[in-house]
Ligand binder design. Structure first.
Ligand SMILES: [Zn+2]
Length: 278
């Protein structure tokens, strides 16, 4: 299967966001107070050319982030915690067209979660079936969603995703999953923690699995080390998700692709699997 890494600009966050510090409730404060920024990290979305139709996982960010007032400045995270750089031609629509995929032909868009750097490109997919877990959609919607750092007022006016409920159908170490394709080679698994409705997408290829991990961790190394980020509202869940991913990657070769790992595209290209200590 052809699987494409689609880079939609870059993001910098606080170092403590990528690798969290401190006990649960204090981690967000430590993150925002951190004076050290990461490098500009890629913002990846993914496109899978599947026989049953093109599947896009996450939509990356929009160039509108450079419009003044696009981000709510009253929100501490946007005031202190994040910077983004996206050119119009780096949005997912033009990026897909550049590799011969028309966004209107995309059958499914699976959202790992609804943070802005994953949902910013939704406007390119008015014809696609967009899948979000009900838990994620409810958590990200409305005033509470805004307080939690989501930008529901920036979603397209037509945005009415298909809300999925994860079934108690174990897939490897993941207790909850939903099979997306009839062939059952693209599977959505629950990896809550970074957000309450966060999912990852597993693509089965001959001899290995590709795990599109959203923000379950920021790099492969942090997954291997089991280090949760500094913004997860549920630290324990985030750690459990990492343990399950580790277990999955011990059972079989897994190409692990979180959304902001500078080495992700290269690993995908070479189908290089994560090397976990036994
Ligand atoms: Zn996120």
């Amino acid at each position: 299967m052809k699987v494409h890494a689609i880079q939609t600009g870059t993001v910098a966050v606080k170092a403590r966001q990528r690798s969290g510090k401190g006990p649960g409730p204090l981690r967000l404060a430590f993150t925002l107070a951190d004076r050290v920024w990461t490098d500009q990290l890629p913002i990846y979305a993914w496109a899978i050319e599947h026989p049953e139709g093109v599947i896009v996982v996450d939509t990356g960010e929009t160039a509108r982030v450079s419009d003044s007032g696009y981000f709510p400045r009253w929100h501490p995270y946007y005031r202190l915690g994040v910077r983004e750089w996206v050119e119009p031609e780096e949005e997912i629509g033009p990026r897909l067209r550049a590799i011969g995929i028309s966004p209107v032909d995309v059958r499914w868009v699976v959202m790992t979660h609804l943070h802005t750097d994953h949902a910013g490109g939704l406007s390119h997919f008015p014809n696609s079936e967009i899948l979000v877990t009900r838990r994620e959609f409810e958590n990200a919607s409305g005033t509470l969603g805004k307080l939690r750092g989501f930008l529901p007022h920036r979603w397209p006016s037509w945005f009415s995703p298909k809300l999925i409920e994860l079934e108690s159908a174990p897939y490897g170490p993941f207790p909850e999953s939903v099979r997306l394709t009839d062939r059952e080679d693209v599977v959505v698994v629950g990896t809550a923690g970074h957000t309450p409705g966060h999912v990852s997408v597993i693509v089965e290829e001959e001899g290995h699995s590709i795990l599109l991990a959203g923000d379950a961790s920021y790099t492969e190394r942090l997954m291997i080390e089991g280090k949760a980020d500094g913004v997860s509202p549920d630290l324990e869940a985030a750690r459990v998700a990492l343990e399950r991913i580790q277990q999955f990657a011990r059972q079989r070769p897994v190409v692990y692709l979180p959304s902001h790992d500078p080495d992700g595209a290269q690993r995908l290209e070479n189908r290089r699997s994560a090397n976990l200590p036994a």
